[in-house]
Design a protein. Structure first.
Length: 277
């Protein structure tokens, strides 16, 4: 089962969270459940798109090979692409470095009615920056408060903030890296840095634990996803999407009903005017 952190300061220990599916869960059960959730997710997104009183910002974080791209492919694939924006955040460009660290992220925040899915995110500025000493400790530590304030601002303006850490073991990562190397279809993903970063495994663990602990909130929860099995990872994330959107269904339906009544009234007025002319 997923572990959800919703209170800032709650101590996070990733080594105490299993990256494996729970006993009794099988690929067949997960795939059947995922298909049903996919249909509901599409309907919920459709209501959100029409009502335009909420947006969704999805943050996908995890180590190399944890499955960020796979999640986008298999879970976001159930969404209508009309209302989805996927952004991958790599090394900051020169223009981005000339702004505050949140500038490049804030400009991609979702509009009302839309999903913005971040493959990596503003959290890199308290992860890789910390692990590799790219900025002074005092600077990256202050960013926890900036991130928390930023996400609170988005939530106050109708954004549903969902943050995921895709949790895999070091052994699983090694197997995936070797598999990627052996398969011609995935060899294009090869990057020596993926192996180099493994040398900092423990450092990244501490950085992730602190990032989750320092920025978890009810309006911006962190969800630790057991991701050693890709099929279970997809199910957990799809379920959390649907759970989060369900809470807003009544508000969206109320707005859609109001819009429908206004539309009918306008149409009746138009037809009445036409009949008189």
């Amino acid at each position: 089962m997923k572990t959800v952190f919703m209170e800032r300061g709650e101590k996070v220990r990733l080594d105490r969270i299993s990256p494996e599916p729970p006993k009794g869960m099988t690929r067949e059960k997960a795939q059947a459940r995922l298909a049903a959730l996919g249909e509901e997710l599409f309907e919920l997104q459709d209501a959100m798109w029409g009502a335009k009183v909420s947006g969704v910002m999805v943050v996908l974080q995890g180590r190399d090979t944890a499955g960020k791209d796979g999640t986008i492919k298999h879970v976001a694939g159930y969404l209508n692409p009309r209302g989805v924006n996927v952004v991958s955040f790599g090394v900051p460009t020169q223009e981005e470095r000339q702004h505050d660290f949140l500038w490049r992220v804030h400009r991609h925040a979702p509009r009302l009615g839309e999903f913005s899915i971040f493959n990596r995110s503003h959290y890199e500025d308290v992860l890789v920056v910390r692990v590799h000493d790219l900025v002074p400790r005092k600077l990256w530590q202050a960013r926890y408060d900036h991130i928390a304030d930023f996400e609170e601002l988005l939530a106050e303006h109708g954004t549903i903030v969902l943050k995921y850490f895709l949790h895999i073991t070091k052994k699983e990562q090694k197997e995936r890296l070797l598999e990627r190397e052996a398969e011609p279809e995935t060899a294009w993903k090869l990057n020596p840095n993926d192996w180099k970063e493994r040398d900092y495994w423990d450092d990244y663990t501490r950085a992730y634990e602190d990032a989750i602990s320092e920025t978890a909130a009810k309006h911006a929860p962190w969800i630790v996803v057991p991701a050693n099995s890709k099929w279970y990872r997809n199910l957990v994330i799809a379920e959390s999407f649907v759970d989060a959107l369900r809470d807003h269904r009544k508000d969206w339906e109320k707005k859609l009903d109001q819009m429908g009544k206004a539309g009918r009234a306008g149409l009746e007025a138009y037809r009445s005017q036409r009949a008189k002319s």
